[in-house]
Design a protein around this ligand. Structure first.
Ligand code: HEC
Ligand code: HEC
Ligand code: HEC
Length: 357
């Protein structure tokens, strides 16, 4: 550009100075004097909505995780049901649900939170995962209240299943007449959902310390943190007692070959230095074990695997004794985790004080 080259050095400096002065003046008018109208009733200036939405779309497409991170069990009924339970508490108010409209006030937000009935036509599973974990700046769409990303997938599963869901199906899935825990953990804490731990096998001490750890964020879970944030005054001891008083029922499963391998590991019979004897802390053990330790007998295998992997990655908090588990799980391989989880899951459901070999 010839005219640029012809410009005298001093002229350039003067022009830059003028531009800076105009910028400063605009900033004073907008920030200091309130010239820009922040009213959500006014809508954006022409083009601004388009620019913001396009930025949002490209930002998500650029940052979403690869397809390889989508879990194999994404579209299972258990994942959908867990996602629905959380959606009701954390998302429904803004986005509505099958047969549940958004309130008049929510519809006045700018941008308005859209109905998500058809959202899976527009976004892929990894893109929805990224949006839910990160939220969207300057829109009112909040980020996930935990660091870990694995517990976001049930929400993605639910959004995919929500397309075409009837209000009756939705109602049946999230019926929480008995205090809210049963939506996910089942009546009396006997969870039938393999993604959600059963509570009937646990002691009062362990449940209470876990709830306290979720409440203060020492145990990272976007789902249970939301649950506890909705019950700021609830006594963790009282909540724990409801489940600690239940006697677990049911027998052992026919031991699989995988479980046999797991048993050898849990008893530290394989001579492996990297796997400590799990049974010393989780049973079966001839003498009484510290009741602050969880029973694993009859717990769902997918849940056990998930927790062991969280420990290995360094993101499973808990109570004061959780440090012991960091050491126990640090060197486990995927195969050892699968075997150990199968062994404990196939045992007859029991409290720690009643586990027998
Ligand atoms: C306080 C209100 C609010 C809550 C609570 C909320 N959202 Fe949103 N959400 C929004 C708004 C507003 C947008 C629109 C953002 C935009 O278009 O820029 C949005 C957008 C989205 C989108 C993208 C939709 C699209 O069509 O582009 C998804 C997916 C989403 N939210 C999922 C969720 C989930 C899942 C939850 C619960 C974990 C949730 N939201 C909780 C307000 C909310
Ligand atoms: C929206 C579903 C949902 C609801 C509602 C819910 N939970 Fe949970 N709960 C979960 C999930 C998922 C986990 C596993 C979280 C993790 O990875 O740490 C969990 C974990 C727990 C644990 C830890 C168990 C263990 O073996 O370490 C306890 C205790 C617990 N929940 C108690 C409760 C109580 C009490 C309520 C009701 C006040 C409740 N939950 C409501 C889904 C839910
Ligand atoms: C020295 C004692 C100790 C040993 C050995 C030990 N654990 Fe643990 N484990 C604990 C404690 C304590 C917790 C509870 C931590 C918390 O949440 O506060 C726990 C929790 C767990 C949990 C989570 C249960 C739940 O309901 O969330 C799993 C799974 C587990 N251990 C598996 C194992 C396996 C498998 C081994 C053997 C490789 C093992 N542990 C060895 C002490 C131990």
């Amino acid at each position: 550009m010839r005219w640029v080259r012809d410009l005298h050095g001093k002229t350039v400096i003067a022009m830059a100075g003028a531009a800076a002065a105009i910028g400063l003046l605009t900033a004073v008018l907008v920030i200091g004097l309130g010239l820009f109208n922040v009213s959500a009733r006014q809508g954006h200036w022409p083009g601004v909505t388009w620019a913001m939405h396009s930025t949002f779309e490209s930002s998500v497409a650029f940052r979403a995780p690869p397809d390889s991170e989508v879990p194999d069990n994404l579209d299972t009924p258990d994942m959908v049901a867990l996602g629905a339970g959380h959606y009701k508490s954390a998302c429904m108010e803004c986005h509505g649900a099958p047969g549940v409209p958004r309130s008049a006030t929510v519809q006045q937000m700018l941008p308005e939170p859209p109905s998500l009935a058809l959202v899976s036509d527009h976004w892929s599973a990894p893109e929805m995962h990224w949006i839910i974990h990160n939220g969207i700046k300057m829109s009112g769409m909040p980020g996930w209240p935990a660091e870990r990303t694995d517990d976001v997938w049930p929400l993605v599963a639910f959004l995919r299943a929500q397309k075409g869901m009837t209000p009756e199906t939705w109602e049946a899935m999230v019926d929480d007449a008995d205090g809210g825990c049963a939506v996910c953990h089942g009546p009396d804490g006997v969870s039938q959902n393999a993604q959600v731990p059963r509570l009937d096998i646990l002691s009062e001490e362990y449940i209470a310390q876990s709830l306290a750890a979720y409440r203060d964020g020492t145990r990272d879970s976007g789902i249970m943190y939301e649950v506890m944030s909705q019950r700021p005054g609830a006594s963790v001891e009282r909540l724990a007692r409801n489940f600690a008083d239940v006697s677990p029922e049911g027998g052992a499963a026919e031991p699989s070959q995988l479980a046999e391998q797991g048993r050898a590991l849990a008893f530290a019979e394989g001579g492996s230095q990297s796997v400590p004897a799990c049974r010393a802390c989780h049973g079966p053990w001839p003498a009484p074990i510290n009741p602050a330790f969880p029973s694993l007998a009859g717990q769902h295998a997918p849940y056990l695997e998930q927790q062991l992997k969280l420990w290995r990655e360094g993101n499973r908090g808990g109570g004061r004794a959780a440090e012991l588990m960091f050491k126990a799980a640090r060197d486990l391989t995927d195969a050892e985790i699968a075997a150990l989880s199968a062994y404990y899951a196939e045992r007859a459901p029991a409290k720690l004080s009643e586990t027998k070999d």
